[in-house]
Design a binder for this molecule. Structure first.
Ligand code: REY
Length: 403
């Protein structure tokens, strides 16, 4: 507990901007507001998502087996068959993968095999154009490495169709980034970029001699018993039962594109995992509950840099400050057809995973973000209904927000 109070004060020189303590209130958590949450899922569907769902796991302790589980679903998992959305459905989690990659690297740091403040080029000679870029810069999106997905998906549907069956190497993705200069000097600013977590994948492979799949499996998936979680790259299919994902075209009149099957090779260690609401809740409860990393490395993960209003980024971990004064910890994810929101409380006892099976739709994203308010603030939330659109629907800034 004491640790949690001082975490926000541990900012080193590189984090001077954040000297505020966590906003997590020491009062008992409010019960989730399932009526409000259900209303938000309906709003998401009315705004264009074929389906939406959420699962909350409320544990008495981060580790007990007797969680109270709340589930809500709306709409369909498959527009072809009309099959209803089900919280057991698997889906593509996008950038929630980044937290898995960060956990692997922080475990390697705990084992003395990686220095967070060591140059990436020390481990991967000549990879990056600036020796000052450290592992910490990469994991906190402060390297300045340009996000190659801006170019790949400048045109949403044609970009996706060109990439969906393609198999990239990590180095090809880094080379795409390096066609652009660094966006800022290493360490100078937060600038979300998938390139950072492609570098993370390269580091994992280099330090362990294994593909990332093996490390996710041995260090996270197997120990936590995550039976719905898979890294199948470059296999384009989702194993078992799953929700289809429907990409929203930029042209509002065009039909949704079934984007379920894809290699996700453009994302890999930055975004190619498949999982479920239950497994993501287990993962984040374990992480914040102290079950995946020693205290020292979890503390490093929770050294925050500002990442937008009420938002912070640690090492592969997001923090969002909610309207009731509670902060939540996790990650968001966007891959074509899937918006994922996976967050937990400071102690890991309450976790929420919410999913809408569409993407590239700001209005759906705004509604889904408000599920965090229903889940963690309950009736103490000062936000009523879906958050108002922060920009006109259709404008293309959504991915920076959503990721
Ligand atoms: C890429 C574009 C999103 C998605 C992305 N996801 O970088 C990573 C993340 C893994 O951080 C696509 N948007 C959409 C466009 C916009 O194509 N032109 O919304 O599906 O989660």
């Amino acid at each position: 507990m004491l640790g949690s109070l001082v975490l926000g004060l541990l900012a080193g020189p590189a984090h001077a901007a954040d000297r505020r303590p966590d906003a997590t209130a020491p009062t008992p958590p409010a019960a989730p507001d399932m009526a409000a949450l259900g209303g938000l899922l309906r709003t998401a569907v009315s705004r264009g998502a074929p389906g939406a769902m959420a699962r909350i796991d409320d544990h008495r302790t981060a580790w007990d087996d007797h969680a109270t589980v709340h589930k809500a679903t709306e709409g369909v998992a498959d527009r072809g068959t009309g099959e209803a959305m089900n919280t057991a459905d698997r889906f593509r989690v996008g950038s929630v993968t980044k937290t898995f990659s960060a956990v692997v690297l922080l475990q390697l740091a705990a084992e003395g095999r990686l220095g967070l403040d060591t140059s990436v080029n020390h481990y991967l000679p000549g990879l990056l154009p600036d020796d000052r870029i450290t592992v910490r810069h990469v994991l906190s999106h402060r390297s300045g490495l340009y996000d190659y997905t801006n170019d790949l998906f400048a045109h949403t549907v044609t970009g996706f169709e060109a990439a969906r069956n393609h198999v990239f190497t990590y180095r090809q993705l880094v080379a795409r980034s390096l066609k652009h200069p660094l966006t800022h000097a290493p360490g100078a600013a937060f600038d979300y970029s998938n390139t950072n977590f492609v570098v993370a994948g390269l580091l994992i492979e280099k330090l362990t001699g294994h593909p990332v799949r093996t490390e996710y499996q041995n260090r996270i998936i197997r120990p936590l018993g995550l039976t719905d979680t898979f890294y199948v790259h470059p296999d384009p299919r989702i194993p078992g039962r799953y929700a289809h994902g429907y990409l929203t075209p930029d042209d509002a009149k065009a039909a949704l594109v079934d984007a379920t099957d894809q290699t996700a090779s453009w994302a890999q260690s930055a975004g190619a995992l498949i999982s479920s609401t239950r497994d993501l809740n287990t993962f984040f409860s374990a992480l914040l509950g102290g079950g995946l990393l020693p205290t020292r490395q979890l503390t490093e993960m929770e050294r925050w840099v500002p990442a937008g209003t009420g938002q912070w980024y640690g090492l592969g971990l997001r923090r969002r400050d909610l309207s009731c004064g509670v902060s939540v910890y996790g990650h968001t994810g966007v891959v074509q057809g899937f918006y994922t929101y996976a967050f937990t409380s400071k102690d890991g006892r309450r976790s929420l995973t919410a999913l809408a099976n569409t993407s590239n739709n700001d209005a759906v994203h705004e509604a889904m973000l408000s599920t965090l308010e229903s889940a963690f603030c309950g009736k103490r939330s000062k936000v009523r209904g879906a958050a108002p659109l922060s920009r006109p629907a259709g404008e293309k800034a959504v991915n920076d927000l959503a990721r």
